[in-house]
Design a protein around this ligand. Structure first.
Ligand SMILES: Nc1ncnc2c1ncn2[C@@H]1O[C@H](COP(=O)(O)OP(=O)(O)OP(=O)(O)O)[C@@H](O)[C@H]1O
Ligand SMILES: [Mg+2]
Length: 491
């Protein structure tokens, strides 16, 4: 598929381009799956081998008891208590034993015996089921290099009695070793075949599609505006299909957003250029107005100050638009700060620029400390307080019920678990529906003559950079309250 194509970014070596999306087999999912499957199958085989080797031991011993029984049975009813030496030797060779004994009731009859190599080391009772003992004895026979002699007995099948053999473990050990070797070889073959099958199935079903997705992500991240690189999802109904479709939709959205952003950036650049020239033109207009204002004509004297104010506002406006276009806020540098003192700094700064008398109520507990970037938080609070002050200035004294000397701005703070809530409120005239609509959008919410509509947008951006949120909590003709929530580290 064409989207798997990997293109090196300009200035990047072609080898480096392959680096991210192209994982080597043994480091990738496929290699890991192959090794893991083989290992798991081997573990399963070992788990099967342990009981099966005990079973093999039991069957081997039982078959030797059966052979001895079949060979001895013909002599059991003869009057001669002892077999000829020749017959004994044949019986011992056929059963691989040193002695064969048959017990019926209280009588026990030695059918054949050889020279015993010392005392018997162990007794194996095949009349009782003991799986754990059988496993332990089979494994110890395989690993122990020394030769031992053991007695094994079981019930006779053709008569009522027990048959007993004395044997060295050389024969059974050889048989167990051959059995183990065969099981090992078979396990290896099974685990390789299974691992290969599992690997192939997973490779086709998972690894290859994931490689296609990751290859596409690498290629797309290098050229996100190239819509030819958007993944074409397959029609799979499983999780991979869902991931493919989500990725395709995401790439589509991202490409669109990027194109939109570029258009906006171009537009912003054009606005900045126009703004820049406009500022120069306004500066000339300001100069001319200054000169005109010196004319003694009474009409000019009346109109000129208004004209100068209007031009000054327009120049301020161009300044703030340019500043906003240029400003990219630095990430906040959080540190512990005394909030009450910071609120007092806001008051001092506001006092210098206030157009009207303010009653400043600082309700923040003196000892309260929070974590934030002091400079940015000061700007946020100053913007909110300034808005309140400007709202009071718009309200003519003595109207709306509140006297001008009761213009109050209140700042309070409470700690709520892992966050702190700050409230900046006033008893001003409140805000109109129009002002509320685009409140935190740049240029969106200003209803103030000469206002740019940036103050709250900047405040919101700074609060968001702290991981917090800002909202208009209430507004009415009795006043307005803004709420700021900032996350705080646990104490
Ligand atoms: N406390 C308040 N009381 C009444 N109206 C308010 C209050 N705070 C904000 N506003 C309204 O919200 C609008 C948007 O405020 P914002 O600070 O974003 O812009 P601005 O003050 O108009 O301009 P700028 O702050 O950029 O100089 C204001 O124009 C004002 O109408
Ligand atoms: Mg403002």
């Amino acid at each position: 598929m064409q989207h798997e194509r990997q293109t090196a970014a300009p200035g990047q070596a072609p080898g480096a381009a392959a680096g991210e999306g192209d994982v080597r087999l043994w480091r990738g999912l496929s290699g890991k799956l192959l090794v893991l499957t083989a290992a798991f199958v081997m573990i399963a085989e070992v788990l099967i081998f342990v009981p099966s080797v005990a079973n093999f031991r039991n069957v081997w011993l039982q078959s030797h008891l059966d052979t001895a029984e079949a060979a001895s049975i013909v002599f059991l009813d003869t009057a001669d208590p002892m077999l000829s030496e020749m017959a004994q030797r044949q019986l011992l060779r056929a059963t691989g034993s040193l002695a064969v004994v048959i017990r019926e009731g209280p009588t026990s009859r030695m059918m054949a015996s050889d020279n015993m190599p010392g005392p018997v080391d162990a007794t194996i009772d095949l009349t009782r089921m003991d799986p754990v003992g059988a496993i332990a004895s089979a494994l110890s026979m395989i690993v122990s290099p020394q030769m031992h002699t053991y007695r094994v007995f079981g019930r006779m099948k053709s008569r009522d009695g027990e048959i007993e053999l004395v044997q060295t473990d050389a024969n059974i050990r050889a048989a167990l070793l051959i059995y183990s070797r065969n099981v090992l070889l078979l396990s290896l073959a099974i685990s390789l075949i299974t691992a290969t099958l599992v690997f192939l199935a997973l490779y086709v079903m998972i690894v290859r599609p994931i490689r296609r997705i990751s290859g596409n992500m690498t290629a797309f991240s290098r050229e996100p505006d190239n819509s030819a690189l958007i993944l074409t999802p397959s029609r799979r109904a499983d999780e991979i299909g869902v991931a493919e479709r989500r990725l395709a939709a995401f790439e589509q959205d991202l490409g669109q957003t990027l194109r939109q952003r570029r258009h906006l950036a171009d537009l912003g650049l054009a606005v900045s250029k126009i703004n820049h020239d406009l500022r120069n033109i306004l500066a000339s207009a300001q100069l001319f107005t200054d000169r005109i204002s010196r004319l003694p004509d009474p009409t000019v004297q009346r109109v000129a100050p208004k004209l100068i104010r209007a031009i000054n506002r327009a120049i301020d406006y161009t300044h703030s638009v340019l500043a906003y276009g240029r400003a990219v806020e630095a990430p906040p540098e959080r540190r512990r700060l005394a909030l009450s003192a910071l609120v007092e700094d806001v008051h001092d700064l506001l006092g210098e620029e206030a157009e009207t008398h303010l009653l400043w109520v600082n309700e923040v507990p003196v000892e309260m400390e929070i974590e934030a970037d002091p400079e940015q938080l000061l700007r946020v609070l100053l913007n909110l307080a300034r808005n309140s002050a400007q709202a009071f200035a718009r309200r003519p004294a003595g109207r709306d019920g509140a006297p001008a000397d009761d213009n109050r701005v209140t700042v309070s703070a409470t700690r709520l678990g892992a966050k702190v809530q700050l409230r900046v409120g006033d008893n001003g005239p409140g805000m109109s529906e129009a002002a509320r609509e685009g409140l935190f959008r740049a240029f969106g919410g200003s209803t103030r003559p000469g206002g740019t509509g940036l103050g709250l947008a900047i405040a919101a951006e700074l609060v968001r950079a702290h991981g917090g949120r800002i909202a208009l909590e209430s507004t009415s003709p009795q006043g307005t309250v803004f709420l700021i929530e900032l996350p705080q580290p646990a104490d």
